[in-house]
Structures are given as C-alpha cells and as structure tokens.
Design a protein. Structure first.
Length: 144
C-alpha cells in the first residue's frame, strides 16, 4: 500500500473522477466517472476501495461545511443558508457572514489529509478509451 497527502479539494476532485458528477438540482449525470468504465476486475476493486476512502474524507468535510453553514447562516423556511448579500439601507451589500464562511471553508479545502491506497500503474488503465481527464488520479499512478 502507498500513502499520499492530498488537499481536501483534491479529494473532491478525485471523488468526481472516480464516480462521476451530476447536477444537484436535476440529478442529470454530467460525467460518468472512471468506475463506470469497463475495467479489469482487479483494477475496479482497487479503484472502488480508493473511492470508499475518498468518500470518507469528503463526507467528513461535508459535515464541517454544514457546521460552518450553521455558524454563519440564517434560518428561513426551515432551511439554513448563508446568503451572499444582505439588505442594508435599501441596498444589497456583500454579507460579512458569507465572507467569513467562504474564508473558513476555503481554508478547510486547503487542509491536507493522508490517504493509504493500492497504487495502480498506468498499464492497469491502459485499455480504457475515454474523453475525460483524471488529473488527480494521474498523480497517484505509477508510471514505469
């Protein structure tokens, strides 16, 4: 097993590369992700294991983000959010709570975490034909 240190934002990128992305409002699939490609069983197993470990990190970060939303947000209609702007003297101004939220969340995204994973080589993915680019995953591969 190998170890790598990634910024939290890279964990989000890697999760999208492995599992694809979808529009949160419509549920429409935007990218399908590497795990939906036809892969050798061994490769799919190790990528699935990596995906599970990545999801643990993004889930933990999502909890911290939700805590920040509760800290800086306002409740309206049973939902808590951090509005970008607020009314002051009949003018819309940048919400100072949004600035604080954004600053703390950005700092969180730049924190580093270690991950242990089975290092794959570029040959393990050599049969895949794709139009996608997997930059974060590429940084974890072994190139012979």
């Amino acid at each position: 097993m190998e170890k790598a240190t990634l910024k939290i934002v890279q964990f989000y990128n890697l999760e999208a590369e492995l599992n694809g992305t979808q529009n949160p409002q419509t549920g429409e699939k935007l990218t399908k992700g590497l795990l939906s490609e036809k892969l050798q069983l061994k490769t799919k197993y190790w990528l699935s294991d990596l995906s599970k470990k990545v999801k643990e990190q993004t889930d933990a970060c999502n909890e911290l983000r939700n805590d920040l939303i509760k800290k800086y947000g306002e409740e309206k209609d049973g939902q808590i959010s951090v509005p970008v702007s607020v009314k002051e003297d009949d003018k819309d101004i940048l919400n100072p709570n949004f600035v604080s939220f954004q600053s703390e969340f950005e700092a969180l995204l730049n924190e580093e975490r270690e991950i242990e994973y089975k290092q794959l080589s570029i040959d393990d993915l050599g049969s895949i034909e794709t139009e996608e680019v997997y930059n974060t995953l590429f940084s974890l591969l072994k190139f012979d």
